[in-house]
Design a protein around this ligand. Structure first.
Ligand SMILES: *Cc1c(COP(=O)(O)O)cnc(C)c1O
Length: 445
C-alpha cells in the first residue's frame, strides 16, 4: 500500500524522487499569493491582543527573569548585521545579494534561548491568565505582579502542564511553567539532548523519556494529559495560541527594521529564511510578517533533507496525511529541533497561500554553516539554526525564482534575514564538538 502511494507520488511530483534520495531540493509554492489578500483565518486584532497580553505580563517576566530587565520584561532578540558571512557567501555565488544579510538572534532570546521562548512562553502565560481570571484572582486591568503572589502560586500548583517535544519547546514551557508554580510534564523524544533533560529536571519539571520520535512523544503526552483532571496539554501540532505567540514576531521585526532605516516595499523586497520542524514557529512568524509586508516579504522554510515534512505535506497537498517515512526517509537528523516526520495540518493550511517556498539542507551543511558562522561572525548557534545560509544555493541562484519575481533587478535593494532559532543555552563543550564536525567542510561550496 505504502509502496504504491510512493510510486504514484513520484510520478506525479518528480521532485519527490530527489527528496527520497536525501538530496537537497528547492520547492516553490505555486499557490503563493492566490488568496493572500483576503486570507485572514487569524485576524490582526488577535495578533495585537497577543502582543498586549505579553505587555501585561512584562512586569512578571522582568521579576522572574532578571536578564529581561534591559527590555523591561519583553522577550525579544536583536537583529544583527552579518557582513562577514555575507561576503563569504557572495564570493561563492559570484554576485552581491543586496544591501544586508541580517541575523535574527532568537538563539539569544531570554528565558529559554530559542525561538520557542515566543510561542511556548506565550501559551503558558495565556493559560495562567485564563485560570487566574476564572478563579477571581485577577481582573484584566489589575497589576499582573499579583500572579507571583502565594495565592496565585497555590492555584497554579494544582495544575499540570504537559507538552511533547524534541527539546526546545519542552525547555521554554518547563522553565516558564515551573517559574509560575505549575507542575510540568515534558514528554521527550529519542532525539532530545541529555543536557536539555538535565536542565529541565533542575528547574523542577518532570521529564518522561520515550524511545520513539517527536510525534510519538506528543501523542503519549496528549493521552496522559487527557487521562487526568487539572491538566493542560500544549499541543505543538495544533495550537492556535502557540501560533499567535510566534506571530507577534512580525510586528516586532517591523519595528526593528524601521529603527534601522531599512525599507521594505515593492522595490525593496525582504527575504526571511526560517528553520522548520512541525511548522508552528516558522508558520506563526511568517503569518505575522505577511500581515505587515504582504507580498513584499518572501518567507521561505528550510528543513533537513532527512525530515522535509512541510515540503512534502504542502507539495502533495496531503498535509499531515503523509510522513517522510512514506517516501522511504529515515527521519533522522542532527538538527534535533527540526527532527519531525509529519507536519502540522493546521500550519500547512495557514501557509498554503502565504509561504513562498521550502528548501532542504543536508546535515553536512548544517555543520558547515555552523562552523562558518563561528569563524566569520563569532556566533555560536545550534545546528538547527544554521541552515538559512543554504538560501544562497537555492533561492538566490534559482533562475526561475529570480525571473518570476523580477528579482535580478530588485536584488541590489533587497534585505535578507536568516532566522537563527537556537543555541545560546547549549553547553560550550557541545558547541565545540559541533564546530569540529563542520571544520573539514567549512570552505566547500
Ligand atoms: C522548534 C525549533 C524550530 C522549528 O519550530 P517548529 O515549530 O517545530 O517548526 C527551529 N529551530 C529550533 C532551534 C527549534 O527548536
Amino acid at each position: 500500500m505504502k509502496r504504491a502511494l510512493f510510486q504514484k507520488l513520484e510520478r506525479q511530483y518528480p521532485i519527490i524522487k530527489r527528496m527520497s534520495r536525501y538530496q537537497e531540493v528547492f520547492w516553490i509554492n505555486p499557490k503563493t499569493g492566490t488568496k493572500s489578500k483576503s486570507f485572514r483565518p487569524v485576524s490582526n486584532e488577535e495578533i495585537i491582543d497577543a502582543s498586549n497580553r505579553l505587555d501585561r505580563f512584562a512586569p512578571c517576566i522582568e521579576q522572574l527573569f532578571p536578564e529581561t530587565q534591559a527590555l523591561k520584561g519583553i522577550i525579544e532578540s536583536p537583529l544583527t548585521d552579518a557582513p562577514s558571512v555575507k561576503k563569504v557567501m557572495e564570493d561563492r555565488i559570484g554576485f552581491s545579494i543586496g544591501k544586508h544579510l541580517l541575523i535574527k538572534l532568537d538563539s539569544h532570546l531570554p528565558v529559554s534561548g530559542s525561538v520557542k521562548a515566543r510561542g511556548g512562553v506565550y501559551e503558558v502565560l495565556k493559560f495562567a491568565e485564563d485560570l487566574a481570571i476564572k478563579h477571581s484572582i485577577l481582573k484584566p486591568d489589575d497589576n499582573y505582579l499579583k500572579l507571583l503572589e502565594p495565592r496565585s502560586k497555590d492555584l497554579f500548583s494544582q495544575y499540570t502542564i504537559g507538552v511533547g517535544s524534541t527539546g526546545n519547546l519542552g525547555l521554554s514551557i518547563g522553565i516558564m511553567g515551573t517559574a509560575l508554580g505549575f507542575r510540568v510534564n515534558v514528554h521527550m523524544s529519542r532525539d532530545a539532548k541529555t543536557w536539555k533533560k538535565e536542565l529541565l529536571r533542575k528547574k523542577g519539571a518532570h521529564v518522561i523519556e520515550h524511545s520513539g520520535d517527536y510525534l510519538s512523544a506528543v501523542k503519549k503526552g496528549r493521552q496522559s494529559a487527557a487521562a487526568r483532571t487539572h491538566s493542560y496539554f500544549i499541543d505543538d501540532e495544533n495550537s492556535r495560541d502557540l501560533f499567535l505567540g510566534y506571530s507577534v514576531a512580525g510586528m516586532r521585526l517591523a519595528e526593528q527594521l524601521e529603527t534601522a532605516h531599512i525599507p521594505v516595499d515593492e522595490e525593496h523586497p525582504l527575504f526571511v529564511y526560517l528553520p522548520c520542524g512541525v511548522g508552528g514557529a516558522p508558520g506563526g512568524i511568517t503569518y505575522g510578517i505577511k500581515q505587515i509586508f504582504g507580498d513584499n516579504a518572501h518567507c521561505l522554510f528550510l528543513e533537513p533533507a532527512h525530515t522535509p515534512c512541510i515540503t512534502l505535506g504542502m507539495l502533495t497537498g496531503m498535509y499531515n496525511k503523509i510522513s517522510v517515512t512514506d517516501i522511504g526517509l529515515d527521519g533522522k537528523t542532527d538538527a534535533d529541533g527540526l527532527a519531525v516526520a509529519r507536519p502540522s495540518a493546521f500550519v500547512c493550511e495557514m501557509m498554503e497561500p502565504l509561504l513562498d517556498g521550502c528548501f532542504t539542507v543536508t546535515d553536512t551543511d548544517f555543520y558547515r554553516y555552523l562552523t562558518l558562522l563561528v569563524d566569520t561572525e563569532d556566533l555560536f548557534l545550534e545546528p538547527s539554526a544554521c541552515g538559512g545560509l543554504a538560501a544562497f544555493r537555492h533561492v538566490l541562484t534559482d533562475p526561475y525564482y529570480l525571473d518570476h519575481y523580477d528579482l535580478r533587478r530588485k536584488l541590489p535593494n533587497s534585505t535578507h534575514i536568516m532566522w537563527a532559532t537556537g543555541g545560546s543555552m547549549v553547553p560550550k563543550t557541545e558547541l565545540m564538538s559541533y564546530y569540529e564536525l563542520g571544520k573539514h567542510n567549512r570552505d566547500i561550496w
